[in-house]
Design a protein around this ligand. Structure first.
Ligand code: NAD
Length: 482
């Protein structure tokens, strides 16, 4: 599909996300002719910018991202951008956006199609959605809304926001972004699982002992302490990215590779997601904050963080389902800041099998998501000159060339919004289930009847607190990545 006619409004056009991710991604889509002559973008923000100033910003953003750019193309591309200053609560500003969009629609023959991108602080999402409805910003063609994370901070606030959005957009027009779903190795989970008999046939509790998902960051909260204080590791990483990864690992085989069929299978699985009891949360979940050192701040000393903050920068826990091929198989997760290195990985740990050769090592399938794309199997083989078993890796790592072909997650997901493909976005019913789970954990951690009072401090540069190694169901389990 090429040259999609549309007027796109980016709320938060002067922000970090628009600059670093959205403008470069839109340029790449323009270079692929997905958007060409019949599109225009309205950037909105509080500052009194001109159209020309926004265009300069857009060109700077593309330059910062691409080494080789055809300057004529870039100028042509930037000429499609228009600026409208905007304060979220000012009704007149929505009227101005609407008039500009209608004007641009005639000029670019955009056929009444509209995309609204919420690239602003989440507290504004509901107000913007309500004004889009009240001030009738909806066009006569397709209308789609892209909503950044976090979508709510618990089930109640997410439901409220969803109602506000539903006033103008039905579920098929809502694109809840989870940029992990745009990552190469995450999009590779289903093809890898389902297209190889070796993997497909062992994907069950008969062979899989447990699965481990690790999303480790080496950075701290940096300048984002203010935002992080309203969130924490559980809401920032588990509620969305980790739960989507786990869903892709445990869902059944869809009947077709369509958005409907894939979301139907996800939902079937999530209907059987076990919401943990307070006792389980006590034994199988860990929350912690990074401690300071002589040279570096701990979380509590970071700018815009309350000195007595209870916000966790590390979370570990366990997810189980009662249905599907992985029914009752524990899926452990952990995520945190200021850990040893940036590493996003999935380890599928196979059960020990009695065999004639005695004690074999555990066999695993590992998927490295970041910082590079890699898959490896650990397998057992004979030792060369002595009895016993040795362990080997069968590895497949993307070449530099393959890596250069991988588009940024935002480019992929924006492409999908333009063509109307919701496969890699979060449906409301999935999100509601994820929040139900998170609410149960938050309640046990911080609610009125909290059962777990203590927030652990963990040293920087390691893989989190030692208590994260005590969440396993049996003594024979341990983190494969340590
Ligand atoms: P930002 O603070 O850099 O930008 C916020 C934008 O909102 C600016 O354009 C600002 O002018 C505008 N704004 C603020 N108050 C306003 C008001 N009262 N009226 C009108 N406009 C106003 O934020 P960001 O980092 O770009 O993040 C935007 C969204 O994207 C957030 O939901 C964030 O969670 C999400 N997100 C960002 C990143 C990232 O890399 N920056 C990554 C993932 C998700």
């Amino acid at each position: 599909m090429k040259n999609i006619p549309v007027i796109m409004t980016i709320f938060g056009g002067s922000g970090d996300l628009a600059h670093r991710k959205l403008y470069p991604a839109l340029f790449n889509l323009y270079e692929q002719d997905l958007i060409k002559d019949n599109f225009a973008v309205i950037g909105t923000a509080r500052r009194p910018w001109s159209h020309d100033y926004l265009r300069e910003q857009v060109m700077d953003a593309v330059h910062e991202n691409n080494k080789e750019v055809d300057e004529n193309h870039l100028k042509q591309f930037a000429s499609h951008f228009y600026y409208q200053s905007h304060d979220v609560t000012n009704t007149e500003h929505y009227q101005a956006i609407k008039d500009l969009a209608n004007d641009l629609d005639s000029r670019y023959s955009a056929q009444g199609n509209r995309i609204f991108y919420m690239a602003m602080a989440p507290r504004f999402f509901g107000t913007i959605a309500t004004h889009i409805n009240d001030q009738k910003l909806i066009g006569s063609g397709f209308n789609r809304i892209v909503v950044e994370k976090p979508f709510g901070r618990d089930l109640a606030s997410a439901s409220e926001l969803n109602e506000e959005i539903k006033a103008s957009f039905n579920e098929n027009s809502v694109y809840r972004i989870d940029h992990y779903l745009g990552k190469e190795m995450i999009q590779n989970i289903l093809p890898m699982r389902l297209s190889n008999p070796l993997i497909k046939n062992i994907w069950s509790g008969e062979y899989i002992k447990n699965i481990q998902v690790t999303l480790a960051e080496n950075l701290g909260v940096e300048a984002r302490g203010g935002y992080y204080e309203t969130s924490g590791a559980l809401r920032d990483m588990v509620q969305n990215h980790i739960f989507q990864i786990i869903t892709l690992l445990a869902m059944g085989e869809p009947t077709a590779l369509t958005s409907e069929a894939i979301h139907a299978k996800k939902q079937e699985l999530l209907d059987s997601m076990v919401i943990p009891s307070a006792d389980e949360i006590k034994t199988a979940f860990v929350r912690a904050q990074y401690a300071g050192t002589d040279d570096t701040f701990g979380y509590l000393q970071e700018p815009n963080v309350a000195p007595d903050s209870k916000t966790e920068t590390f979370a570990a826990g366990k997810v189980k389902f009662t249905k599907g091929s992985l029914a009752n198989v524990p899926i452990y997760f952990r995520t945190g800041k200021k850990l040893r290195e940036k590493k996003n990985r999935i380890d599928i740990v196979l059960k020990h099998m009695n065999n004639l050769y005695g004690q074999a090592h555990s066999n695993n399938i590992t998927i490295i998501i970041d910082p590079k794309s890699e898959i490896y199997f650990t397998i057992n083989g004979k030792r060369i000159s002595e009895p016993g078993i040795r362990r080997e890796n069968l590895a497949y790592e993307f070449s530099d060339y393959e890596n250069s072909l991988v588009p940024d997650g935002y480019e992929r997901l924006l492409h999908d919004v333009f063509v109307g493909d919701q496969t890699n976005f979060t449906h409301w019913s999935e999100l509601a289930k994820f929040w139900e789970f998170i609410d149960a954990v938050e309640d046990a951690w911080q609610g009125e009847n909290k059962t777990i009072d203590k927030l652990i401090q963990y040293p920087q540069g390691k893989l989190g607190p030692k208590q994260a190694s005590e969440i396993f169901e049996t003594p024979t389990e341990r983190w494969i990545y340590e």
